[in-house]
Design a protein around this ligand. Structure first.
Ligand code: NIG
Ligand code: FE
Length: 411
């Protein structure tokens, strides 16, 4: 089946020689073609060219995208989009001066979400989480990751991961799943953190792997949550069971998370709001993708990951939403793109590459998606916003996506 899209105003994010990731100054580059056609064959990109060329390729179906700009599908590599309830009352507490850490220490935060999720009917949880994922897709996201971590016991962690797999089979977008049992210590293990770590290792992880429910392992390695030593042990056991890792690191302080990610060979270290020179040189000797989550910094009013410093060190950098009810209730990667520019001083092209190719790399999916390249899955979206790469993050707060195509089909 060959589909030909014609009269495209501009195609952005083309790669003739596909790269695995973009580092440092490479992040400022985007290849585009104007007045173009785009060919999709069997769900994958098969070529593109100028409408001025004499012979357009033969196709079974031809569709005009007259006047529209085309962008590759966005990749959201870090989300907690399965949750029971918003935590807007905690948000109000923070508006009155309480901190995220104080609320968490008093039993709110992640534990509040866990209590609500444990009691919620699986069907209802599935339905409302599916709606959230559909909203993400409507904003241009065609590949996303979903974490567990609001169950914190065997039954409810499995419930979350099964729902994530069910969502994957209900949407055309690609969904990857992450086991985050080590998100917080649940009340029944209060004061017995080591016992909970042992429970994850001996009971939860084997069950998750037996059912094949997770693609990665994650740990919240930070002050008041899990220590670097515990994190390393958890990641090593997961790795022996075949699960690569992506971890929460350095959100609340310089707490050793980056070093653990490097040591464990994690695919990504996410958050990085607190990052010193030592962490940057540590990342330089690794294949760990640094991932910034500007929605969290915005919503918690904490520092932003030092994107410019990371890129100036010649490193790659990715961005994700961290969509969750406590620290980042944003499902819209276009908004994350804008925050990357306005708050982290990334140029529009750099932040675009951070939510496409580099985000795909952080899931080790860069050969499948993240750009418009021959053989990659034909995931793309159209916009009638002119000069899209600058104008989308500039006109922030609205959805610029018109139509979403996944594997070449309108979603
Ligand atoms: O990435 N930092 C840990 N986990 C989430 C927050 C989860 C929550 O507050 O519910 C995050 O920010
Ligand atoms: Fe997170």
């Amino acid at each position: 089946m060959r589909k030909l899209f014609t009269h495209i105003n501009t195609i952005h994010g083309i790669e003739i020689s596909p790269k695995t990731q973009l580092k440092g100054t490479e992040m400022g580059q985007i290849s585009s073609i104007q007045d173009a056609w785009l060919l999709v064959e069997n769900g994958c990109f098969a070529g593109w060219g100028s409408m001025e060329s004499i012979d357009l390729p033969a196709a079974d179906q031809t569709l005009s995208l007259y006047g529209l700009e085309v962008l590759p599908g966005l990749v959201d590599s870090h989300t907690h989009c399965i949750f029971a309830e918003p935590r807007s009352s905690e948000w109000e507490m923070r508006l009155k001066g309480a901190s995220y850490e104080e609320i968490a220490a008093a039993g709110g935060g992640i534990l509040n979400s866990a209590a609500r999720l444990r009691e919620m009917d699986e069907e209802l949880l599935f339905e409302q989480s599916l709606c959230r994922v559909q909203r993400m897709i409507n904003h241009g996201t065609t590949t996303l990751e979903i974490k567990s971590g609001y169950g914190l016991n065997l039954e409810s962690e499995l419930k979350m991961l099964r729902i994530a797999r069910r969502i994957a089979s209900h949407v055309n977008a690609t969904v990857k799943t992450t086991f985050l049992g080590a998100h917080a210590v649940p009340p029944e293990f209060k004061g017995r953190q080591e016992d909970y770590v042992a429970h994850i290792i001996n009971v939860m992880l084997p069950a998750v792997c037996r059912e094949g429910l997770a693609d990665h392992m994650d740990v919240f390695c930070d002050r008041g949550f899990f220590t670097p030593d515990q994190t390393l042990r958890l990641l090593e056991v997961a790795s022996n069971m075949g699960l690569p890792s992506k971890i929460h690191a350095n959100e609340l302080g310089i707490t050793g998370g980056v070093q653990v990610a490097v040591k464990a060979g994690s695919w990504s270290a996410d958050h990085l709001e607190h990052l010193g020179d030592e962490e940057i040189s540590c990342l330089k000797n690794s294949e760990v993708m640094p991932v910034g989550l500007p929605g969290t910094s915005y919503f918690l009013d904490i520092p932003y990951a030092p994107a410019r410093k990371i890129m100036d060190a010649g490193l790659p950098f990715a961005l994700a939403s961290d969509f969750n009810p406590g620290s980042s209730p944003v499902c819209n990667l276009q908004m994350v793109w804008s925050l990357g520019c306005s708050r982290m001083k990334m140029l529009p092209a750099e932040a675009f590459n951070a939510i496409t190719l580099n985000a795909a790399r952080s899931l080790r999916m860069e050969t499948a998606t993240g750009s418009i390249a021959v053989g990659k899955r034909a995931d793309f979206w159209t916009t009638d916003t002119k000069n899209a790469i600058q104008a989308i993050p500039y006109f922030f707060g609205i959805n610029h996506a018109r139509e979403i195509y996944i594997s070449g089909n309108k979603s």
